[in-house]
Design a protein around this ligand. Sequence first.
Ligand SMILES: Nc1nc2c(c(=O)[nH]1)N[C@H]1C(S)=C(S)[C@@H](COP(=O)(O)O)O[C@H]1N2
Ligand SMILES: [Mo]
Length: 495
Amino acid sequence: MIDAVPPGVKDWAISLFGTADKAVFVGGMLLVIMAVGSLAGILEQRRRFAGGAVIAVFGLVGLSAVLTRAQMTPAAAVVALAAALSGALLLGWLIRRFHEGLPAGAAGTGRAGTAAGTDAATAQVPAGTERIPAGTERTAGRRTFLQVLAASAGATAVGGVVAAVWRGAASGISTAREKLQLPAAVSGAPAIPAGAEVGLAGMQPLVTPNRDFYRIDTALIVPSLDPEAWVLRVTGMVEQEIELNLADLLAKPLIERHVTIACVSNEVGGDLIGNARWLGWPVRELLALARPQSGADMVLSRSSDGWTAGTPLEVLTDQRDALLAVGMNGEPLPLEHGFPVRLIVPGLYGYVSATKWLTELSVTRFADDVGYWTPRGWSDRGPIKTSSRIDVPRTGRRVGAGTVMFGGVAWAQHTGIGKVELRVNRGPWQAARLAPGISLDTWYQWQLGIELTPGQYEVQVRATDLTGEPQVEDRRPVAPDGATGLHTIRVDVNP
Ligand SMILES: Nc1nc2c(c(=O)[nH]1)N[C@H]1C(S)=C(S)[C@@H](COP(=O)(O)O)O[C@H]1N2
Ligand SMILES: [Mo]
């Protein structure tokens, strides 16, 4: 569904539900399944095979969904077929019981009732068969219904066991993750300068804890990759194809850097952005071993579930610290953030760079290949736009008159922030105190106290990068290549 919906639907879902979109999607899926099940029941009751046809079509949709997934073996089709088959069999059984209205033991007395149990009670019974009183039939019908419910529950339980085995495999990966010993970096992350964290109540931490880090991906089930079996292939327009396993990667001289990554779907003022300390091997060193051929200008990175990102080759080979990351804030990557290995590229939105559960780097050309989101209405290039956000006070918040403390973040990855300014009710811009950044690739915090008398105010923030380029003030939506505009909040100042 996620792969097939028209461009724009995903944006709409993210803007409406944020990172709860997956839970909403699964809930919606259950509602649709219940609706299709009800429809199948109603149709089958009227006409034989009509409900079965509904289930067959639903099964085919499931089958084609399974077969078009990346790296699905034909064996995966068994799941869809088994689901459709058990659905159809259950439906057939339910409808037979419904029409007969007879207890399981009395079924097969040779006659089917015209409709529900009450009609069956008056139906003709073949000679020699003892007539079952209506009341008994109703009780029996109820008992049959309960038996069918129990059988359905049993079938569901079998599904549950299958899911549990699957989850068991995932938790095995969790154990493997916990056991994984990350080597020390040969070049550690530069120390966080004193005062980089302004320490205003209500501000987010400068380094985002893993559990609070935003998560965006198309994976309904988090891929669980066995670190022992993981291999990365470098393919395509290279002089030397390369295969690298995790032990090979961990034996390389790893470096550690703070990098702020952001989602292209992040609205102005939004929270689809986070800053972490990543441990990894520079991608440029791997690509240097593979020796890209002339004419190549893109690296299509692929995940275990077939998702792809197209990153300019230049960005992966220049001196910025684009990483094959294995560590996040001192731990192996959390499963949701790409365990065992992902890409982290300073300065580019995640959809064109930050491939999680990485399995392949294919050196290619923008003219020949596209990443996952490009045919779905998003630009093939995705440099992160300079932007800024007010975190304190939150919009609509009541504050006391006097000096009101404002605070927030600003980012211009790989260029760095030069200044941050605030303005009240579209008045003159006032320079905020910009805290020292960890690096050009991370967000910066800022704060500013402004004297405000009682009343209602509109406050805006504007960042300017270190080359003197201010952020774009025109309001533009997130598609196709990232939102622009000024984060604007309302503050109510009490007397
Ligand atoms: N395999 C895979 N990697 C992916 C994605 C995805 O859908 N699948 N989404 C990308 C997008 S759009 C973003 S913004 C970042 C988010 O990374 P995070 O979830 O660790 O914050 O991951 C990127 N990597
Ligand atoms: Mo994203």
